[in-house]
Design a protein around this ligand. Structure first.
Ligand SMILES: Nc1nc2c(ncn2[C@@H]2O[C@H](COP(=O)(O)OP(=O)(O)OP(=O)(O)O)[C@@H](O)[C@H]2O)c(=O)[nH]1
Ligand SMILES: [Mg+2]
Length: 219
């Protein structure tokens, strides 16, 4: 199985190089998609040894993941592990995803065994949205918002994901589940440090429920 790691990054000059260095060697390729950052994100990522693609402007986390996945699968990669550029995902755990991909098409990290460091608001939204998304997808997903995940090419090609921001992860689960692909979870560490979230509680919650409404009607 040919693998790649895909790291979407927006204004992450403080963390991206460290994430890249720790990811190198864990997959056959390491690609950072810089989403129109105005800081040194792209340079830091390149210096650290990643391939870098740059969007023309800030298109969103989901749009960046879609660009990267399309490019990697077009190059013949079989499975892509996505991880955040802000240091919340430990690249040491990448082999667990690749091992689980023997029996699954979408493998999602599960932080729910260890939530003492997770901010309470996040814990709540993760639980509620995981329940809703699991219902729509037809499978139990303990941690649907986790951005640390692996997807195989057939599942990505079939999923036809349309959202471009933070709803992307949820829509992927629903579409992949509805097409009958296998979804699995692997335990991962919960890491919160000094990084600043780019989620806007109002804007991104509205986007989320707009997507849920559409998926519910389509289902
Ligand atoms: N490409 C791209 N990536 C983004 C954008 N916003 C955030 N990201 C990246 O997506 C990852 C997750 O963003 P965060 O804002 O930390 O969101 P989160 O980790 O889901 O939520 P928290 O629990 O609040 O940290 C990081 O690697 C960011 O650099 C964006 O507009 N475009
Ligand atoms: Mg984060």
């Amino acid at each position: 199985m040919k693998t790649a790691a895909l790291i979407p990054a927006y204004q992450e000059e403080r963390h991206v190089a460290d994430v890249v260095r720790r990811t190198l060697g864990k997959a056959d390729r390491v690609l950072v998609v810089d989403d129109g950052s105005r800081d040194g994100t792209a340079e830091r990522a390149r210096e650290a040894g990643a391939e870098v693609m740059s969007n023309r402007g800030n298109l969103g986390k989901g749009a960046s993941l879609a660009v990267g996945l399309d490019a990697l699968f077009a190059d013949g990669i079989d499975a892509v592990v996505c991880l955040d550029a802000d240091g919340q995902h430990d690249p040491e755990e990448i082999p667990d995803f690749i091992a689980a991909a023997e029996n699954a098409d979408l493998v999602i990290g599960n932080r729910m065994a260890d939530v003492k460091d997770m901010p309470f608001a996040r814990l709540l939204t993760n639980r509620v949205t995981s329940w809703i998304l699991g219902r729509l997808a037809g499978v139990k997903v303990p941690d649907a918002q986790c951005g640390f995940r692996l997807i195989r090419s057939a599942a990505w090609r079939a999923a036809n994901v349309r959202t471009r921001n933070f709803e992307f992860e949820g829509e992927t689960i629903v579409n992949v589940g509805r097409k009958g692909f296998r979804i699995a979870s692997v335990p991962v560490k919960t890491i919160y440090g000094d990084e600043v979230s780019k989620i806007n509680p109002w804007r991104d919650t509205i986007r989320f429920f707009r997507m849920i409404w559409r998926l519910w009607r389509e289902g």
